[in-house]
Design a protein around this ligand. Structure first.
Ligand SMILES: N[C@@H](CCC(=O)N[C@@H](CS)C(=O)NCC(=O)O)C(=O)O
Length: 222
């Protein structure tokens, strides 16, 4: 029996799965992925059958069961503490921005659903104020974190891709596919995240998913 499993959704669409998956791959690469294709609209019966919340990501690891992407990320940091910055002040900042991402940015999440297989630029016309505020705040987080803690490395906290980067990786994917114009520092950060090996692996595996997993509601957005 396989006991270490990470349940995720369709890679093309599931931004929360991407966050959990990146953290688990960094901390416990032997954990088996169990991909359940999303049915759309939060109605995936097979996910409801396994996950306490009816949502993915959901992790079973050595007797522990963990749901909510941020809790999974924190659990991963128990296995590999360097997933959070080791400096107390930097770690406080990293926890704050990861929590802000987990709890917020509803405007961007609703207006810009993640779809890794589509050029979303034609959709990105005329954001409302909530979306524009979210974009400005995310740009400020990335720019200010890079300026204060970024060092010489390309990520938020220098050379090590950590939990804060994983939490924002699906936002990077959205900004790139919707053609969101960012400040130069934020744009360079977005490119660095896109170029990370695990992020690229997720994209490649998303591209290899069967067409039958694609959902009308996420492909033909008006
Ligand atoms: N707050 C949760 C959000 C998880 C979530 O909404 N996951 C979506 C996929 S991205 C889901 O499982 N939806 C169930 C479904 O579509 O049936 C987390 O951080 O893990």
């Amino acid at each position: 029996m396989v006991s270490d499993r990470l349940f995720i959704g369709t890679k093309r669409y599931s931004s929360w799965s991407m966050r959990g998956w990146l953290c688990v791959k960094l901390a416990a690469p032997d954990v088996q992925d169990v991909l359940i294709p999303l049915a759309g609209g939060g109605n995936t019966a097979a996910i409801k059958d396994v996950s306490p919340t009816g949502k993915v990501p959901y992790l079973e690891h050595q007797g522990a069961v963990i749901w909510e992407s941020l809790a999974i990320a924190d659990y991963c940091a128990e296995l590999v503490p360097a997933l959070w910055p080791q400096d107390r002040v930097a770690r406080a900042h990293a926890r704050s921005i990861a929590a802000e991402m987990h709890a917020g940015f509803r405007g961007v999440r609703v207006a810009m659903p993640m779809n890794l297989g589509r050029d979303n630029r034609p959709l990105a016309q005329g954001y409302d104020a909530e979306v524009a505020d979210d974009i400005a705040r995310i740009d400020a987080i990335w720019s200010q974190t890079r300026a204060r803690f970024g060092g010489d490395g390309p990520y938020l906290f220098d050379a090590d891709f950590g939990i804060a980067d994983a939490m924002f990786a699906p936002v990077v994917a959205r900004f790139l596919s919707y053609g969101v114009v960012l400040s130069p520092v934020a744009a360079a950060y977005a490119q660095a995240v896109r170029g990370h090996g695990l992020v690229d692996q997720w994209y490649r595996e998303a591209a290899a998913e069967p067409e039958s997993w694609q959902l009308e509601r996420y492909e033909n957005v008006p």
